[in-house]
Write a protein that binds this ligand. Structure first.
Ligand SMILES: C[S@@+](CC[C@H](N)C(=O)[O-])C[C@H]1O[C@@H](n2cnc3c(N)ncnc32)[C@H](O)[C@@H]1O
Length: 381
């Protein structure tokens, strides 16, 4: 493959005749944007997306077909989620082949080799497409800092019950229960999130962790690994640090209940019987669902709540009152307010209040959300 540099091309749509992309034009748009600003500013991901984008611009038929097949495999997913899932499926393949990945993959040459193998080898190709049937899964402990702040703000010194829907590896609340500390972050909220007494203010948590996949199945563990790290984090040894963390969590894990279920199914709330919870958290999960299923998951979450209960949604969304789910998924996945924390309850008439805005799914910098003051006056003052 001899790709020209994409920047030369003023009008990508025209140059690569997007009509041949079989509906993958929106995916290509996201890939092209993320080639310039990849998640986590990761150079390996950026170069992967750039190589794909340049190949399409240069009319590489096999890559155009690949994008069409990727979309055909998951027509239900918004383009940003699909671009992320596509990279995760690729990373899963490369981690399995153990040829030194991610070292060396900051270069287009290395990615071209991979893409050539992928598009030439039928079984490698179908394996990738089959992996796309999965949903990405992770558990980033840092993402549980915002719910902890909200829970201890709303119910300081009280015992609470929580259902964590889409718990992934089920490490978040178990980590909180054993008072595992969070990583450093920059707080631009005037100290709302930086609260040194947050663990003091935390009562006991009765936890119900829910996911479609069992967090400890072998397949789930290896897929979670592929989904959990940016390549640069694997190079930095972040994966080893997180494994040690996970070992501490598993040891300290007592009395929690895991429920394997699809949170969008009408029968899901019945699994809780008469039990109602104070908080339902749905973190980094709704983005994986089409709008109609987001609405179903939120409606099920309401059914699990005590009358005065609160739903905490945190995701790559902005608010969209016109959308039946209340959310807009078309936002950039990095930068201020790319990953946001919302609160919904009867006090908000079940519309999301945007309380906190984060700089991405790693939660290393936070700002007040657009409804922060309303949240404080409705729930705290
Ligand atoms: C990206 S992980 C999020 C894990 C954790 N909450 C976090 O924020 O780090 C999303 C999880 O949602 C789960 N999931 C997606 N759709 C689901 C559904 N319909 N029912 C139950 N779990 C679902 C996936 O299996 C995956 O483990």
């Amino acid at each position: 493959m001899d790709y020209r540099v994409a920047q030369d091309c003023q009008d990508i749509a025209e140059k690569c005749r997007l009509d041949r992309l079989n509906g993958a034009a929106k995916l290509l748009e996201v890939i092209d944007v993320q080639a310039g600003s990849p998640p986590g500013k990761d150079p390996v991901i950026g170069t992967f997306y750039r190589t794909i984008s340049d190949a399409v611009v240069c009319g590489d038929e096999s890559v155009i077909k690949l994008l069409g097949d990727v979309v055909a495999q998951r027509p239900d997913l918004p383009p940003a989620s699909l671009a992320n899932l596509m990279f995760r499926a690729v990373q899963s393949q490369l981690l399995f082949t153990k040829d030194g990945y991610p070292h060396g993959y900051e270069t287009k040459r290395k990615w071209k080799e991979y893409i050539m193998k992928l598009t030439d080898d039928v079984s490698f190709y179908s394996e990738l497409l089959a992996t796309l049937e999965r949903n990405t899964t992770t558990t980033k402990y840092q993402r549980y800092l915002p719910p902890l702040s909200l829970i201890t703000t709303l119910c300081p010194y009280k015992d609470v019950s929580v259902a964590d829907l889409g718990c992934g590896g089920d490490l978040g609340f178990p980590g909180i229960i054993i008072r595992e500390s969070f990583a450093e972050f920059t707080d631009n909220t005037g100290g709302f999130v930086t609260d040194a007494t947050r663990f003091e203010k935390l009562g006991r948590i009765q936890l119900y962790a829910v996911d479609k996949e069992h967090p400890l199945s072998d397949v789930a563990i290896s897929w979670r690994f592929a989904c959990s790290y940016y390549p640069s984090e694997i190079i930095d040894g972040e994966d080893r640090r997180e494994k040690e963390f996970e070992a501490r969590i598993r040891v300290g894990k007592v009395g929690q209940r895991f429920i394997q279920a699809d949170i969008t199914e009408p029968s899901f709330p019945a699994l809780f019987g008469d039990k109602r919870v104070d908080f339902v958290t749905i973190l980094t999960t709704l983005y994986q669902l089409p709008d109609s299923l987001k609405v179903k998951a939120i409606s099920n979450a309401k059914k699990l709540l005590e009358d005065d209960g609160t739903i905490i949604v945190q995701d790559f969304f902005s608010k969209d009152p016109k959308n039946p789910s209340g959310f807009d998924t078309n936002i950039n996945w990095s930068g201020p307010n790319s990953y946001n924390t919302f609160v919904l309850s009867s006090h908000t008439r079940w519309m999301p209040l945007h309380v906190l805005g984060w700089n991405g799914g790693r939660c290393t910098e936070v700002w007040k959300g657009e409804d922060f003051d309303e949240f404080i006056s409705k729930f705290v003052s």
